[in-house]
Ligand binder design. Structure first.
Ligand code: GAP
Length: 444
């Protein structure tokens, strides 16, 4: 993990928020490469979960949330973790994460055994709307994106004219005042979720739970996380929310252990029922075929953007020993991202920066590809060093514009470039005119 965290900073994937002031615990900023990676992940999720389906529509709810919403959902009462204080070093700890030694709980900070009783700590961030700081103006930063979907269920149903089963999807920020943010971006206080609430008839809930589990496993494979590194935990009844009839956790083998990436939960009709009862507004559904009126049930695949991004980086990270043309061996650090996820798709390199014809041709190739994919132009340093820099950034393809491209070694090679493949380091000669057709299907 240390090497991954260091690469993330060195190459501009992820920085600590407020770093020059000592850092803001549990908050992270994404740099130029990180933001591209994140965007690719969210765009692909949106494409397969919304755009390529007839039965899902999207929405984008507000982050500031009406207190009544989170009262009705149960968050105000129960969205808490058990907190313990260490009387020796004053550390605040999550009771269920304290290690035991010889059956006795010990503070992970100082090893002290003098711990307070566990008390519930509500994880929601509170704020006030307007100038008055009183209970009437209290609002929350949303702890999950799901609740705005439930609250807008009727509006979306009426305006989209969808029939059950159908889903409402959302990607957006969520906030939790975690007692112990840890493992880099794995558990933070501000993060993003990609959530789908898939509404259905009560009889279809269990079947759809299994359907969505499979869909989501396919998704991870399609972004380069192999099935063999994913674990499916069937959450036992005792650990499930009381209203859930079935929950799976999709877990990934992170360097710090097997940990949850996503939850797929059958939440029954709990949420809509709670909001209908609390608001007094009907949130039911009339089935025109059966003439039945009922509150829809819901299956929810809920993924974390940041956790998936961390899994992508962990999965892609590789170090290998390679020998250069002079026979010298060196360590190559390479991020083997799936081309679909890679922040930069193609590096464009004129062989020499002081040959205007090479530079002009390279700029032409850059302009050809740029409207279709993220391209990085680099003319600085030896070509081998430029390749290595892109290996570390996870760029799957490199294009070198050389004297052959200019036709100086015969007409046959004119307007061709060297295409270098990141993973195999193999090179081939490709016509500039064929580049788009060759690269586009691989990076989409
Ligand atoms: N609407 C259901 C829900 O929010 P959850 O299991 O609490 O369920 C869903 O959260 C996903 O959100 C998790 O699987 C994880 O990927 C992500 N997530 C939750 N808390 C997080 C945190 N503190 N930091 C980063 N990601 C988090």
């Amino acid at each position: 993990m240390e090497r991954i965290v260091s690469l993330c900073k060195r190459r501009g994937f992820i920085f600590q928020s407020g770093e020059i002031y000592g850092g803001l615990n549990g908050c992270w900023d994404y740099g130029p490469l990180g933001v591209e990676l994140k965007r690719n992940l969210k765009d692909y999720w949106w494409r397969v979960m919304v755009r390529e389906r007839e039965d899902v529509v999207g929405m984008d709810g507000s982050i500031l949330t009406h207190r009544a919403v989170l009262k009705a959902s149960g968050h105000e009462e129960t969205f808490s973790d058990p907190m313990v204080d260490c009387r020796t070093c004053k550390a605040r700890l999550r009771a269920d994460q304290i290690p035991e030694k010889n059956g006795v709980k010990q503070c992970p900070n100082c090893g002290g055994k003098d711990l307070t009783e566990a008390t519930p700590f509500n994880l929601m961030f509170r704020t006030n709307l307007g100038a008055k700081q009183d209970d009437d103006s209290l609002a929350y930063l949303r702890p999950e994106t799901a609740q705005s979907i439930f609250v807008q269920f009727k509006n979306v149903l009426d305006t989209s004219r969808k029939k059950l089963p159908f889903g409402i999807a959302q990607i957006g920020k969520a906030f939790r005042n975690e007692i112990n943010p840890r493992n880099f971006i794995f558990r933070s206080r501000e993060f993003e979720q990609m959530e789908l609430e898939y509404f259905c008839a009560p009889d279809d809930g269990m079947k759809l739970l299994d359907y969505w589990l499979e869909e989501r496993l396919k998704f991870y494979e399609n972004i380069g996380i192999p099935r063999a590194k994913l674990h499916v935990l069937t959450v036992p009844e005792a650990d499930r929310a009381f209203y859930s009839k079935g929950t799976y956790d999709i877990e990934y083998e992170f360097p710090f252990g097997v940990q949850e990436l996503e939850g797929v939960a059958y939440r029954t009709d709990y949420d809509l029922t709670q909001h209908q009862n609390a608001s007094g507004k009907a949130l039911d559904y009339f089935d025109e075929e059966t003439k039945a009126r009922f509150i829809p049930h819901v299956v929810e695949p809920s993924a974390g953007v940041d956790r998936t991004l961390l899994a992508l980086i962990c999965e892609a990270y590789d170090e290998e020993t390679v020998t250069d043309e002079k026979g010298k061996s060196e360590t190559r650090i390479v991020l083997r991202f799936h081309p679909r996820m890679a922040p930069i798709k193609v590096g464009v390199f004129p062989l020499l920066k002081n040959k205007p014809e090479l530079v002009a041709k390279a700029r032409e190739v850059q302009a050809l590809l740029r409207p279709h994919m993220a391209v990085f132009y680099d003319e600085g340093g030896a070509i081998g060093r430029r390749y290595r820099r892109q290996d570390e950034a996870g760029t799957p393809f490199g294009l070198t514009i050389d004297f052959e491209t200019l036709g100086e070694r015969g007409d046959e090679l004119r307007d061709t470039v060297t295409l270098r493949h990141r993973d195999s380091m193999q090179q081939e000669r490709v016509k500039i005119a064929d580049l788009l057709a060759l690269l586009l299907p691989q990076v989409r």
